[in-house]
Ligand binder design. Structure first.
Ligand code: CO
Length: 162
């Protein structure tokens, strides 16, 4: 038997399931789904070695993106928590990360530098998972970091928008 899944069926399934309800790769990779505004999912993990699994992301300006971030480590959150923080172009990464060190109360997003953030997840403990959706900003190069104290020099990557 020859089974074809029509794009309309996929869209209908997405509508029924609601945003993020299905999470199936085929659904978000079809052109039909993209036309309906489904975000491209980017899976990133952070581990006990202070490494992001993805060090470089490319996107088109205005593209809908959804970062799904998972802490795959086992160390306690207080010792090895991780978040994913995308900063605006021209943001002073060192200044942001330095201020973040004393911003535990606001999940290591320093209030005085909040306007430098495009998107971020909460700080996650072991096996924690969070997602954040945003539109790719204007063409340029953007840095993302983990702003947990002491991590940003190693835990960082680049979003390149074309
Ligand atoms: Co970290």
């Amino acid at each position: 038997m020859n089974i074809r899944i029509s794009p309309f069926v996929v869209i209908a399934a997405l509508l029924v399931a609601g945003p993020g309800g299905l999470g199936l790769p085929f659904a978000v990779s079809t052109a039909a789904a993209a036309d309906k505004g489904a975000a491209r999912v980017i899976e990133i993990t952070g581990n006990d070695q202070m490494k992001f699994s993805v060090a470089a992301i490319e996107a088109k300006a205005g593209e809908d993106l959804k970062v799904v971030f998972t802490n795959v480590g086992t160390l306690p959150k207080e010792a090895m928590g991780h978040n994913w923080v995308l900063l605006k172009a021209g943001a002073d990464v060192n200044a942001f990360a330095t201020a973040a060190m004393t911003a535990k109360a606001t999940d290591y997003i320093p209030p005085a530098h909040k306007d430098k953030v495009i998107a971020h997840t909460p700080v996650l403990g072991p096996k924690g998972k969070a997602e954040v959706s945003f539109k790719a900003p204007a063409a340029g190069t953007y840095t993302y970091i983990c702003s947990f104290p002491g991590h940003y020099m190693i835990m960082r990557g680049t979003l390149t928008v074309k």
